[in-house]
Design a protein around this ligand. Structure first.
Ligand code: SAM
Length: 250
């Protein structure tokens, strides 16, 4: 599937990672894995806190190689993952040790699901990869049941995010692909709230997430360009860079 975006955000890279989705340390995909560890924990704890367990249906949009979907499946959840990259989905299937995740190739703008069938929809590190995030949010709302939850993770659009998330990664992580991110597609939390509101989704919570900098792993990563296995992310008091949120369908 081809990606058509006005600004140069390179979504073709996701076709090419192969096993490197899970093994590369000299590439920002290692940061994505570290981010996913923190995000997954939070999503699972939020779902547990809201008594979302048992036979619920979850959709992961732009699921990539299944960092979230495969972990949720391990926790017994019934999950569907959608991504436009067939090769990424092959990797995801290869790492689904439960063999239960339903991975399908598709475009997030027009998904082949009936209205109101999912209890939870997730879009992690995804909305800043498409030109029209509001269309994706509309699709999220269409497929969510009333009272269902939408979990998202994306990046704020400002100078600090450009410096750290785009330039910092390019300067410090060895094999950063060109145009992996594009500032124009980053989304301010207020825009995210508005997009959700316009689609009948009420934002309940929004929290910043950033690397833990007072750790040896962080400085070793900067010095070597190789992402240390102990590199971790944690919640921040601000949403100036990456932020997670959850919204509820009316
Ligand atoms: C940064 S990766 C995030 C993967 C995963 N959510 C994670 O956090 O590990 C972005 C993913 O979005 C997918 N993607 C980009 N545009 C898409 C579209 N229009 N529809 C579906 N998937 C898309 C890419 O193939 C890629 O796997």
């Amino acid at each position: 599937m081809g990606f058509e975006n006005k600004f140069p955000v390179n979504n073709e890279i996701y076709h090419q990672y192969g096993e490197r989705w899970y093994t590369a340390k000299d590439d920002p995909v290692a940061l994505l894995r570290a981010e996913a560890r923190a995000r997954n924990r939070w999503i699972i704890s939020e779902m547990t806190r809201r008594n979302l367990a048992g036979d619920i249906r979850i959709l992961d949009i732009g699921c990539g190689a299944g960092f979230l979907a495969n972990e949720l499946a391990l926790h017994g959840y019934k999950i569907t993952g959608v991504d436009a990259s067939k090769p990424a989905l092959d990797v995801a299937r290869g790492h689904d040790s439960t063999g239960t995740v339903d991975y399908c190739c598709g475009n997030a703008y027009t998904m082949a699901f009936e209205d109101r069938i999912f209890d939870v929809v997730c879009a992690m590190d995804f909305l800043e990869h498409v030109e029209y995030p509001e269309r994706v949010v509309r699709e999220v709302s269409r497929v969510l049941k009333s009272g269902g939850l939408f979990f998202f993770y994306t990046f704020n659009r400002n100078f600090l995010a450009w410096l750290v998330v785009i330039k910092g990664v390019e300067w410090f992580i060895r094999n950063t692909p060109a145009d992996m991110h594009c500032l124009q597609y980053f989304i301010k939390p207020a825009e995210m709230r508005r997009m959700c509101g316009e689609s009948g989704l009420n934002m309940l919570l929004c929290r910043g997430l950033a690397p833990k900098i007072f750790r040896l792993a962080f400085w070793k990563t900067l010095a070597t360009g190789i992402v240390d296995d102990r590199f971790t992310f944690d919640f921040t008091w601000h949403t100036m860079m990456g932020y997670l949120g959850v919204a509820a369908r009316e």
